[in-house]
Design a binder for this molecule. Structure first.
Ligand code: ADP
Ligand code: ZN
Ligand code: ZN
Length: 692
């Protein structure tokens, strides 16, 4: 008996086809089965999709070529998660399905997959699940209260979404561990999401220590394809108990899922920036609801979206307002840069008061962290005679001066050249760096600070440049933990998550630029970053009382800094919410960003204008506002001109219904624009965009 079925395959985006395609098969294939099917002249991997194939299909369907029957089918809940993602973020079902499965699955045949599964079951069978009796701290009163409330919520609602708002060092991780312990004891799997791959080893260590004998696997982009497949299989087969990973892990196939934890839920890295631009945080919430499991969103500085939902009562808010052991949060000191004497040159980058505070730490044998969100030596090189600047030939951006290897590097397209000996325009030999990055900060601090024995202070720098080699980040963090470093200089990489014990001073050298950004979320991100950074200081109760956070600013009276001084997230969230409400911005409205890339700004703009014209004629157009096209902040990158157009609606549903109608037309618009000077390279829509 021939069976007609739907198969989700990756169809080329420009065709606009997103739904699964119909095939036939003579084997009874269950939904969720991996198959190989013919598509055009190729054979591709696909997933047999739930739901019936079209019955009025008159044509003879192509047969499924092969089924990978060694692999147990993907579950119905997994398929629904993928289908929801595709629909919500306006992409193809097959595209999403295949992009979140390990790539190795497409390469292996049935026998090879059977072999991998076999190996894993040998391996895991020998691991004895030890009943866990590890050393664990007695819960603080606040932690007990939070866990009690969590248990109550679970009794009432089975699948609550909980916003765990706890200051840095308040013991949120311990709450995750206890909640995980309960889920594991009930025979369930636990999914823990973290924003950064760099934070996975640290958290993995904490979970492995606590759950000795439990099977813990990680899922992130740093794994080899073979490791990724192995870990994915372990989770899919139900062998692994705990899955720890970055945003992609939200799609882990987990037949016994019992709890989802999203750590640092506000972190922008949970949003995928290409293909299906999904938010793993939001999908985690959807998944929890769909599968009836609780979701714990943890943060010291929740996103305004989550904060708003908690206020509306859609999420339960649980709070850990104090640090473990009664440690106080660092005292915040603002350095008013306007008060500094105007000296020529660069030494004012670090105020004299901050230099002596750093020196004092060194003399006491304590550590400091100084951060600046700009790597390289100086953001631009400049000729004083003719005003030449180190522009990138391919981007509307400056190339950054890297002194260590004497290069000018574009941080957007990678274009790199040796630093010229003289000004390329006028021959002036005296070209000078303007501004500063972490390399220069490191150099300046080394010149200014000394250790008590008269030698130079020990300064380490952690940023994307200094950690390029595998293992170098671990080595440098190790040196900090071992006390072999006096001052750690770094980009925001060092502000997240790390549990430094001896840091008593954290300084933000130049954070002002985000205060006046065009992106309405810039203040929210800055506040979160500074609170996170502050959280690196005084984590040891012994030092907490004298720990400090220094902020050098030209705008010391800004309300953001006023809230920071009081560590008052709520005050900050309130004032931001009011501004957003008045301006009609999220969470009080819903956005989609339509983007177009082309060789000329005119072509990109023309496409968006044509799209806007179509939009105005669609039913439901009155429920959305389409704003005029504007160039991105950095308009040209790698010779591509980038334009965007904001679409806004007070209703999420109305926005969704509008997008579904609108986007199919855009494939046509693109094809109608045949003249070379009208053509665009690509377009894409970003639903709930994070960076505007
Ligand atoms: P957060 O995740 O909120 O920043 P952590 O969970 O990392 O905080 O906890 C901060 C520190 O306090 C860690 O070193 C942790 O081991 C410790 N800690 C957490 N809970 C307890 C507890 N109940 N008793 C003693 N120490 C604790
Ligand atoms: Zn010049
Ligand atoms: Zn460039």
């Amino acid at each position: 008996m021939i069976q007609r079925l739907r198969v989700a395959v990756e169809t080329p985006q420009h065709t606009g086809l997103g739904a699964p395609l119909d095939y036939e098969s003579e084997y009874g294939l269950a939904p969720g089965t991996l198959v190989h099917v013919p598509l055009g002249r190729r054979e591709v991997t696909g997933v047999v999709w739930p739901g019936a194939a079209g019955t009025d299909n008159p044509v003879v369907l192509k047969p499924v070529a092969r089924a990978l029957s060694a692999l147990p089918p993907l579950g119905g809940a997994w398929c629904e998660l993928v289908e929801f993602t595709a629909a919500y973020y306006q992409r193809g079902v097959g595209e999403v399905a295949l992009s979140v499965l390990p790539p190795e699955l497409r390469k292996l045949d049935d026998a090879q997959i059977a072999n991998r599964i076999d190996k894993l079951q040998k391996k895991w069978a020998s691991v004895e699940a030890v009943a866990n009796t590890p050393a664990r701290p007695d819960l603080s009163a606040e932690q007990s209260a939070v866990l009690g409330q969590l248990a109550d919520l679970q009794r009432e609602a089975a699948a609550p979404t909980v916003l765990l708002h706890g200051v840095t060092g308040s013991g949120k991780t311990e709450v995750y561990l206890r909640a995980a312990e309960d889920a594991l004891a009930a025979g369930r799997q636990v999914l823990v999401l973290v924003p950064e791959i760099n934070l996975t080893p640290q958290l993995e260590a904490r979970f492995s220590e606590r759950f000795a004998g439990r099977r813990i696997v990680s899922q992130h982009s740093g794994l080899t394809p073979a490791q990724r497949l192995r870990n994915w299989l372990a989770s899919h087969l139900g062998l692994a108990d705990l899955i720890l990973g970055t945003r992609l892990a939200v799609f882990a196939s987990m037949p016994r899922l019992g709890l989802i934890v999203v750590d640092e839920e506000h972190d922008p890295s949970y949003k995928q920036q290409e293909g299906a631009r999904y938010s793993a945080r939001d999908l985690a919430v959807y998944r929890g609801k769909r599968e009836g499991v609780p979701v714990l969103l943890g943060s010291a500085t929740p996103s305004l979206e989550s904060w708003h939902r908690a206020r509306e009562g859609r999420y339960a808010r649980l709070a850990l307002p104090a640090r473990i052991g009664g440690g106080t949060l660092p005292k915040v000191r603002l350095v008013d840069m306007n008060q500094l004497p105007k000296t020529k040159g660069s030494m004012t980058a670090v105020s004299p008061a901050l230099v002596s505070a750093l020196q004092q730490r060194i003399e006491r044998g304590e550590q400091s962290l100084v951060f600046l969100n700009r790597r390289g030596y100086a953001p631009v090189l400049h000729c004083g005679d003719c005003a030449w600047k180190s522009e990138c030939a391919h981007c509307s951006a400056w190339r950054v001066f890297h002194k260590l290897d004497r290069t000018l590097r574009c941080h957007h397209c990678g274009f790199t050249e040796r630093v010229p000996r003289a000004c390329p325009d006028c021959g002036n030999l005296d070209i000078a760096p303007l501004g500063r990055g972490t390399e220069r900060l490191e150099e300046q601090l080394a010149a200014l600070l000394q250790s008590p024995d008269g030698k130079a202070a020990r300064i380490a720098r952690i940023d994307a440049d200094s950690t390029r080699l595998k293992g170098s980040l671990e080595a440098q963090l190790g040196a900090v933990h071992a006390g072999d470093v006096d001052v750690l200089v770094g980009t925001q990489m060092v502000t997240k998550g790390h549990d430094f014990r001896r840091i008593t001073l954290v300084a933000a050298v130049n954070p002002d630029s985000s205060l006046f950004s065009n992106d309405f979320r810039a203040p929210e991100r800055l506040f979160a970053l500074l609170m996170q950074a502050a959280g690196r200081a005084g984590r040891d109760a012994e030092h907490a009382a004298r720990s400090e956070m220094w902020v050098q600013t030209w705008h010391p009276t800004h309300p953001l800094y006023a809230a920071l001084r009081k560590h008052d997230f709520e005050a900050f969230a309130e004032s931001q919410s009011k501004e957003r409400e008045m301006a009609g911005l999220p969470p009080y409205s819903h956005l989609a960003m339509m983007r177009a890339d082309a060789r000329t700004p005119e072509a990109a703009r023309g496409f968006l204008q044509a799209a806007a014209e179509i939009a105005s004629g669609l039913p439901g157009a009155d429920a959305v506002t389409v704003y005029p096209p504007v160039p991105l902040g950095i308009a040209r990158v790698a010779d591509v001109e980038r334009m965007q157009m904001l679409v806004e609606s007070p209703s999420r549903g109305a926005l969704q219904r509008f997008l579904v109608q609108w986007l199919p037309h855009l494939h046509e618009v693109r094809h109608q624009r045949k003249d070379a000077d009208q053509r665009i390279l690509r377009w894409a829509v970003d639903v709930d965009p994070l960076a505007i």
